[in-house]
Ligand binder design. Structure first.
Ligand SMILES: Cc1cc2nc3c(=O)[nH]c(=O)nc-3n(C[C@H](O)[C@H](O)[C@H](O)COP(=O)(O)O)c2cc1C
Length: 370
């Protein structure tokens, strides 16, 4: 039988003490019509906090830039009613013994024009270039770019004021911050652009520094990915050296932990270097920076999450390899998405050695909200 104890060792990021290594992955559910978290949303998060999730990362929640989203059912993280709703969320999570941080999000050029809370607002991006590389609007001024960065910091300040335990910046998946990392969407020639990944990481650094200024000692996380929503095989960092240069900018700008998004936790990032069982992305980032990392991708399942949006389920998978990697210190925390979306009790079952009671992931789970 698998020894699950490595999953249940405490961990600390700055002043945030986590009771175990399991993180609920940020998952957009589009269940906040009117833009403010409601009673259903509060109950959804509280249920998982009460069932032993170590750290909950919220669904992506939007900055005050009006073009931040394509969907008016995604909660905002600004304005009186949304923030009152978020206050109730964090209070309910704390009352159940949980810890939580919001994932601050701006969709950038991934947003379809004319959609979201403010359909008339223009979309923001580094260069007015779409994910397909097509120029569709003027490049924003430097002052505009700085305001995009400050908008994350304003949300982070509110997260601290409301009592959240940490803040995560969504810097992955071809959304705004990632669009600055990516040479296709970032064609700037000022200090926010350039030929190297270090140069294109300057927007993330500006944002992290502003967030740090806003939240003092509160743990600050950033999520990154190699993949893009339009190309799952894409790698921004093609070598460990490039990955190191990229991650080093984030560390120097004040990140406390890096959340490395991949679709399958067992996949090695650079197998040409350390073989088919080599370090995954979170493993490499931890090795190169020394910072705590969160890994993710099909934990407890056998196939990856994009199928969920095509109406596909996933058979259960084994936990052995994930636990072995965690135990070796390859990464520090494990984020779980669909398994926790479907079953709020997933952690309790794993902890009690009742993994046999967890189920295959059913695509219908997306249609329910419990
Ligand atoms: C319904 C759904 C919504 C998601 N929304 C977000 C999001 O808002 N922010 C984010 O960074 N990732 C998002 N993801 C990706 C997850 O955080 C996670 O990385 C992915 O599902 C892989 O984990 P899993 O295989 O355990 O599901 C979403 C995934 C799903 C299935």
């Amino acid at each position: 039988m698998t020894d699950i104890s490595p999953l249940f060792r405490p961990f600390r990021i700055r002043g945030m003490e986590l009771k175990n290594r399991i993180v609920m992955a940020p998952m957009t559910r589009s269940r906040s019509p009117g833009a403010a978290p409601n009673a259903d949303n509060i109950a959804y998060y509280q249920r998982r906090a009460a069932a032993d999730v170590g750290l909950i990362l919220s669904e992506g929640t939007l900055t005050r830039r009006k073009g931040a989203s394509n969907d008016a059912n995604i909660p905002l993280f600004w304005g009186k009613e949304p923030l009152d709703g978020w206050k109730k969320v964090i209070d309910a999570v704390h009352a159940a013994g949980g810890k939580m941080g919001p994932q601050i999000w701006h969709q950038g050029m991934s947003r379809k024009p004319g959609t979201g809370h403010f359909p008339d607002a223009p979309s923001d991006g580094p260069s007015g270039v779409t994910l397909q590389g097509k120029k569709v609007s003027d490049e924003p001024s430097e002052a505009d770019v700085i305001d995009m960065a400050q908008a994350y910091a304003d949300a982070a300040a509110d997260a601290k004021r409301l009592g959240f335990d940490c803040v995560e910046l969504h810097g992955a998946h071809a959304y705004l911050i990632d669009e600055f990392f990516w040479e296709v969407t970032n064609q700037r020639t000022d200090r926010f652009g350039g030929a190297s990944i270090e140069q294109r990481a300057e927007f993330a650094a500006e944002t992290l520094r502003r967030c740090r200024q806003a939240i003092g000692d509160l743990p600050l996380l950033i999520r990154i990915s190699q993949w893009k929503s339009v190309d799952y095989n894409y790698k921004i960092a093609k070598t460990p050296k490039e990955l190191e240069s990229w991650a080093r900018v984030l560390v120097d700008a004040g990140a406390d932990a890096i959340h490395c998004s991949q679709r399958r936790i067992w996949e090695p990032e650079f197998p040409e270097i350390d073989g088919p069982n080599g370090l995954n992305l979170a493993g490499w980032v931890k090795k190169l920076t020394g910072l705590p990392t969160i890994s993710v991708g099909s934990v407890g399942l056998s196939s990856e999450f994009t199928g969920a949006f095509r109406g596909e389920g996933s058979a259960k998978g084994k936990l052995d390899d994930t636990i072995a990697r965690l135990d070796r210190g390859e990464f520090d925390l494990v984020a779980v998405g669909r398994a926790l979306l479907q079953d709020p009790e997933w952690v309790v079952k794993v902890k009690a050695g009742r993994f046999n009671e967890t189920r295959d992931y059913d695509a219908e789970a997306l249609k329910t909200y419990y």
